[in-house]
Design a binder for this molecule. Structure first.
Ligand code: UD1
Ligand code: CA
Length: 452
């Protein structure tokens, strides 16, 4: 039997943020989501999340999480030992192992947790914890062992003597306890330390039967307490993601200048040019060329798509589309095959048929354009009457002249031609020419007013 408890009640004072620390994002996933993800393969019988500071916000964020955590309130937040004391009641009938994870150690791997569990169960110890040798151990609790590798004591950095601080073996904040024995000693914790809190780490001495597993990959056990550590961790994650996708056949012209999100996937032979960023959930097909200077969020791109110096958010692009420079595709922009979106064009909530070109200076919102439409420079759909949004429909093979305004709701048929500078307010049938502008007047030999 296995129970998993994640400590996520702390405020994260050193982060200096309105957001609870465990909700800080890293490459598109929060710290606590990453911790939970590391436990996914263990199939625990219970997953408990200890919440306290801004508990509602943390619960909301994780309400639909795949691990279906049970939330346990810790109020007030009187230290990591006090946090685990809150499990005495919910785990009253449980007699298996309890894996405790700090909610701010986000890079932990599944395999490491499995190894911790295996060592713990093989040894029969009361507790086994993850430790590591750090060149700069400052901030972490120090692990003190006897000659046989048994852990005798953990002392927090702030409670260490200068001599104790020389010890570079640190506590990662990840433990596997035999719950029936931990339950016995939890009520004995005392707050006689620098912070006046109940420390989970003090149970090690009380249990007098602790082992440890030294982790080699130091990135894995990085605790995030401040923005510097957050940035360092983001850097590591980005590095991992880029390496992963390079191994899958993606070229990054200048890897360090690009960022990825956890939920972005790429096909083969994609070239990512410098300063290009992927956010949220993105799916990119084969043979795309993306960037330089682009941000692609929550979008799906087919094969052979090219995007230059542009912003895509919530868009879908079929094969062969060309976008940019300086285009803005907003949510529900849905481009058919080989659509061309040129400079200073904004498209929102619109279906654009295959081979259609919107090459220059346009706003297209709430529209449904057919195939092979040529949208002239400066064409604008006037979709908003101040209260409601209305749709603009254009049939296949139509052309709009430069600077046309299509006042929605309006439907233009197939093969329609709109004269330049028109402001159209009425529907146009198939094959017609529509003009909606003042006629040109020419006055010959005109002499204007003269001075004197
Ligand atoms: C803790 C360990 C330290 C270890 C380090 C590893 C203790 C006393 N110290 O220190 O030995 O080296 O982690 O990263 O455990 N939390 C609660 N309730 C509380 C206090 C904290 O749920 O009352 C949660 C926090 O939200 C956080 C986690 O526990 O996710 C760790 O708390 P934090 O204050 O960051 O502990 P550290 O000082 O880093
Ligand atoms: Ca911490």
């Amino acid at each position: 039997m296995l129970a998993v408890a994640v400590l996520a009640a702390g405020k994260g004072t050193r982060m200096k943020s309105a957001l609870p620390k465990v909700l800080q994002p890293l490459a598109g996933a929060t710290l606590v989501e990453r911790v939970l993800a590391a436990t996914a393969g263990l199939a625990p019988d219970h997953t408990l999340l200890i919440v306290g500071h801004q508990a509602e916000r943390v619960e909301q964020t994780l309400a639909a999480h795949a691990s279906r955590p049970r939330f346990v309130l810790q109020q007030p937040q009187n230290g990591t030992g006090h946090a685990v004391q809150q499990l005495l009641e919910p785990l009253a009938d449980f007699d298996g192992d309890l894996l405790v994870l700090n909610g701010d150690v986000p890079l932990l791997r599944k395999g490491t947790l499995a190894a911790l569990l295996e060592q713990h169960r093989g040894s029969g110890r009361a507790v086994t914890l993850l430790s590591a040798h750090l060149d700069d151990p400052s901030g972490y609790g120090r692990v003190f062992c006897d000659g046989d590798g048994r852990v005798q004591q953990i002392v927090e950095h702030r409670d260490c003597t200068p001599e104790q601080r020389q010890n570079t073996l640190i506590n990662a904040g990840i433990y596997c306890f035999h719950w029936p024995r931990l339950r016995q000693v939890l009520p004995l914790l005392r707050s006689d330390n620098d912070q006046g809190e109940l420390y989970l780490t003090d149970t090690v001495e009380l249990l007098a039967d602790a082992g440890h597993l030294v982790v080699d990959d130091l990135a894995e056990i990085m605790g995030i307490n401040d923005r510097q550590q957050l940035a360092a961790c983001e850097g590591l994650l980005q590095e991992r993601l880029r390496r992963h996708w390079m191994a899958q056949g993606v070229t990054f012209v200048n890897p360090a200048s690009c960022t990825l999100s956890e939920h972005t996937s790429f096909g083969r032979d994609v070239v990512v040019e410098p300063q290009t960023h992927f956010r949220g959930v993105c799916r990119i097909g084969d043979d795309c060329r993306l960037g330089p200077g682009s941000v692609i969020s929550d979008s799906q791109l087919g094969n052979d798509v090219q995007v230059v110096l542009s912003l895509l958010n919530g868009a879908r692009l079929a094969d062969g589309c060309r976008v940019g420079p300086y285009a803005h595709l907003r949510p529900e922009a849905d481009l058919g095959e080989a659509v061309r979106i040129g400079n200073f064009v904004e498209v929102k909530k619109s279906r654009i048929g295959a081979d259609t070109k919107i090459n220059h200076l346009s706003y297209v919102g709430d529209a449904d354009f057919g195939r092979n439409v040529n949208v002239g420079a400066g064409t604008v759909t006037a979709n908003y009457d101040g209260v409601n949004k209305h749709r603009t429909v254009i049939g296949d093979d139509s052309k709009t002249g430069a600077n046309s305004v299509l006042v929605a709701p309006i439907t233009l048929g197939r093969g329609v031609t709109v004269g330049a500078g028109s402001a159209l307010t009425k529907d146009v049938p198939d094959g017609a020419l529509a003009l909606g502008r003042a006629r040109q007047t020419v006055i010959e030999n005109w002499t204007g007013p003269r001075k004197g």
